[in-house]
Ligand binder design. Structure first.
Ligand code: CA
Length: 335
């Protein structure tokens, strides 16, 4: 059996759920094919490699028909081979953050100081109206995580440049070669700030690094000496009606950033898209979400998404090759 010490194999759940009757509308697919999670709607994938294992942090879409987003908690899955995934109990809920009201949106986790820090956007209570970003801490990548501050790390009023109340979402965290950790985030504007070594306070001013066509979902990563800012974009000049993934690179995290255009097209059936990038066991991966999953009589929707993964390849000059979103995913080698 695939049950092991409280962890349940996703492959087994998928097989049980698909069953003979479900097989028609939700093909089971080969291990490594998309979507990764098939028994729940999940979105905003954020990978973290710890030793021999890749952890994938997501949020949990529970929107019923007529609801836009209903999201109460954050989840994590892990794998050692990119094909078989292990699930865990919820690692953090909005209700664990006493100052938060709702909206467990796009998370990202990072390891530092022998701990793991989970950065999460939520709707703040009326003391700081609007979206805010909190940070929770755990000794393990699989949690449970606890509020590290008892208050938000970033509140809407700290970034008055934002013209709406939800500009402070979608945190991404990167530790630079010198050990300094940085956090970027934003919707409409892309902000960047240094974190103190304790990881739970900002250190210095909030910078604006908004790249062309930026909408939301920034993802920072570094490869050799090049820094990447990958994000959900919409090119207004082309009258795009849904998000793509675009990216920029820079020789330092503070810039200057060079825009490289679109990395992907839009996600199937989904207005939003959200990149997460990792190197794992010698290969590169781009995690995304779409809304192509059907579970029972619930079809994919704006608030019922599914996380996916594709191979990511770089050109010799460090630029990333365009990624086509597939059902095969990483069930087949990179081409
Ligand atoms: Ca703001």
């Amino acid at each position: 059996m695939a049950y092991r010490s409280g962890r349940v194999s996703l492959a087994l759940i998928t097989a049980l759920l698909a069953g003979p009757s479900g097989a028609a509308d939700q093909p089971r697919g080969a291990p490594g094919s998309n979507p990764i999670v098939r028994d729940m709607f999940t979105a905003d994938p954020a990978p973290l490699v710890v030793g021999n294992r890749l952890y994938l942090y997501v949020d949990h879409d529970e929107a019923k028909d007529g609801e836009m987003f209903t999201m109460r908690e954050w989840l994590v899955y892990s794998t050692t081979d990119m094909k078989t995934w292990t699930s865990y109990p919820a690692i953090l809920k909005v209700s664990d953050l006493k100052w938060a009201k709702k909206d467990a949106w796009a998370p990202q986790a990072i390891g530092k100081n022998d701990k793991f820090y989970l950065y999460v956007p939520v709707e703040h209570d009326d003391t700081h109206p609007g979206k805010a970003i909190g940070v929770a801490v755990s000794d393990k990548p699989t949690g449970p995580f606890v509020d590290a501050r008892g208050s938000a790390l970033i509140t809407n009023d700290m970034t008055p440049k934002g013209r709406h109340s939800w500009d402070d979402i979608d945190p991404t965290v990167l530790t630079d070669a010198d050990g300094t950790s940085w956090i970027a985030w934003g919707n409409g504007n892309c902000y960047l700030a240094r974190l103190k070594p304790n990881m739970v306070e900002l250190d210095g001013p909030i910078l604006d690094i908004t790249p062309p066509s930026f909408v939301e979902a920034p993802w920072l990563h570094r490869r050799s000496d090049l820094y990447y800012l990958t994000y959900a974009s919409m090119d207004r000049a082309k009258q795009q009606k849904d998000e793509r993934v675009s990216y920029a690179t820079a020789p330092a995290i503070t810039g200057p950033w060079t825009f490289h255009g679109e990395l992907t097209g839009p996600a199937k059936n989904s207005f939003t898209i959200h990149p997460g990038i990792a190197e794992f066991k010698g290969r590169s991966y781009l995690f995304l979400h779409n809304a192509a999953l059907t579970i029972g009589n619930q079809k994919g929707a704006l608030g019922r998404r599914a996380v996916n993964v594709e191979h990511l390849r770089y050109n010799p000059d460090g630029t990333m090759r365009p990624v086509v979103q597939t059902t095969a995913g990483v069930s087949i080698p990179p081409r």
